[in-house]
Design a protein around this ligand. Structure first.
Ligand SMILES: [Zn+2]
Length: 174
């Protein structure tokens, strides 16, 4: 899937689960989400939806952050660990710890980590609609998981349209 589809997927899953993010926010902040908080979680959805492809040579993020991508490619194979349940959890934990370490407010740290987690989940889910699938249980097994049985996956354009529609629908019920 290309980066536009992944961003649309991150926004779709993110905004359709916004109710729970808002609940989480209320729990830690005792207040409903304001405009700034919406911006933070939206940024989180987008980062989460793109970050996993850092180990893909020609992805949108790796072209932007060539050095980080180069280093990550030494250790990671494409759609391996980063695209697994453990990889997604690891990235979420790193976000949580590093933003906490930088002294970012606890409320922001939690919301950003949660939204990056959701964005990343949407990425893995979308990549499972491609024939090659993802190594969901890496590093325990290299078995690839895909919803597609044949050789043809869901085209990017169709996936993009579906995601954008879900995103708009979620906006209308906000
Ligand atoms: Zn991917």
């Amino acid at each position: 899937m290309n980066y536009k589809t992944h961003v649309a997927g991150g926004l779709a899953l993110g905004y359709s689960t916004l109710y729970y993010i808002d609940k989480l926010h209320y729990k830690i902040n005792d207040n409903i989400m304001d405009k700034d908080t919406y911006i933070i979680v939206t940024v989180g959805f987008i980062i989460g939806s793109l970050i996993l492809d850092i180990e893909h040579k020609n992805s949108y993020v790796s072209n932007k952050y060539k050095i980080i991508s180069f280093i990550s490619r030494i250790f990671l194979k494409h759609r391996g660990f980063t695209h697994s349940i453990f990889g997604v959890s690891f990235i979420t934990l790193i976000t949580y710890l590093s933003t906490g370490y930088l002294g970012v407010e606890n409320r922001i740290t939690t919301l950003l980590s949660a939204s990056i987690f959701i964005g990343a989940i949407s990425h893995v889910f979308l990549d499972m609609f491609t024939p090659s699938g993802v190594e969901l249980l890496n590093p325990f097994t290299n078995k690839r998981f895909s919803f597609i049985r044949g050789k043809v996956g869901i085209p990017d354009s169709i996936a993009f349209l579906i995601c954008i529609s879900i995103f708009y629908w979620s906006l209308t019920v906000l």
